[in-house]
Ligand binder design. Structure first.
Ligand code: HSE
Length: 307
């Protein structure tokens, strides 16, 4: 086999309280890449979508992923990547991670599964570093592995797949505004006051407990973020009002997805998730901001071969 087509899902990083350490894969939304190998050396990338991507391969996130794969395996090949479907970059639902996961998974398939899933996450993180200036795995790990993944530690990487409650629904809106992950990371203070750290790790524990007990209410009240959201919500006009309305309408939580500008709400049924989606639409429509929305379940499926 020297050619393969793969799908990698979108993902929501942080899940509120889990800055850089928890992320979840979404159903249906994602990137599609075709990857081929032949004898030789080098990498060509063709963008067949109408989403603008850097023309210089050195600026494309898949380049460091393929390089890392070759370095880790000692393999050599002339690699061709065709990007066939692309989540809009800068949307906050793991656009770069989906491409990175697809590239890592696809090349690994073509070389007969030489690397483990965890090693594929290491490759994918190289692309994430290029995109955001940081080695975080909270999009890359769920994109590769599916489901909800806890990154218990980075040195060494320790990935733990958490259970996904069957009734965990997400409403997501991607307002068409630009928030660069690099900037959204650079505005965060390097120190967290102890009283906020206490609240945050209480919430991370509550979130994990809620996932194990399928308690969506516990999950929701644990998702409050005291570390990143207070600084990042300024990028999302009317964030507090939108959240108040969404919680009143029956959703369990609303947070920034990754570094934004997408926001997401979680609910224990399809209906409150749909209501949250409608409120999100009205909120951004009133400000004349274009968007796309979707209501999805969290997916246990990660990156996979498609035909
Ligand atoms: N955890 C990262 C952040 C995710 O919040 O900056 C970026 O998508």
């Amino acid at each position: 086999m020297n050619k393969i087509k793969v799908f990698a899902p979108a993902s929501i990083a942080n899940m509120g309280c889990g800055f850089d350490i928890i992320g979840m894969a979404l159903d249906e939304v994602g990137d599609v890449l075709e990857i081929s190998i032949e004898d030789g050396d080098g990498l060509t990338i063709e963008n067949e979508t109408n989403v603008p991507l850097p023309a210089d391969p050195e600026e494309n996130v898949v380049t460091p992923v393929i390089r890392k794969f070759m370095e880790m395996t000692g393999k050599k090949a002339k690699v061709g990547i065709r990007i066939l479907k692309k989540i809009y970059p800068g949307s906050g639902i793991g656009s770069s991670a989906a491409s990175c996961a697809a590239a890592a998974f696809g090349i690994n398939e073509l070389f007969d599964h030489i690397l483990t899933e965890e090693e594929l996450v290491v490759c994918a993180m190289e692309g994430e570093n290029l995109a955001s200036g940081g080695y975080h795995a909270d999009n890359a790990a769920p994109a590769v592995m599916g489901g909800i993944v806890l990154i218990r530690g980075y040195e060494p990487l320790d990935l733990i797949k958490l259970p996904v409650p069957g009734n965990l629904y997400c409403a997501v809106i991607h307002p068409h505004m630009i928030v660069s992950t690099k900037e959204a990371r650079s505005i965060l203070p390097q120190q967290v006051p102890l009283h906020n750290a206490i609240r945050q790790w209480g919430n991370v524990g509550g979130l994990v407990a809620g996932l194990y007990s399928s308690d969506i209410s516990l999950i929701g009240r644990s998702m409050q973020d005291y570390v990143a959201e207070p600084y990042r919500k300024q990028f999302i006009p009317g964030f507090d009002t939108l959240r108040k309305n969404i919680l009143q309408a029956g959703a369990q939580a609303m947070n920034i997805s990754g570094s934004g500008p997408s926001v997401f709400a979680v609910a224990n049924h399809f209906e409150p998730a749909r209501k949250a989606e409608n409120l999100m639409k009205r909120h951004f429509e009133a400000m004349g901001i274009e968007y796309e929305t979707f209501v999805v379940k969290v997916s246990n499926k990660g990156t996979r071969v498609i035909y």
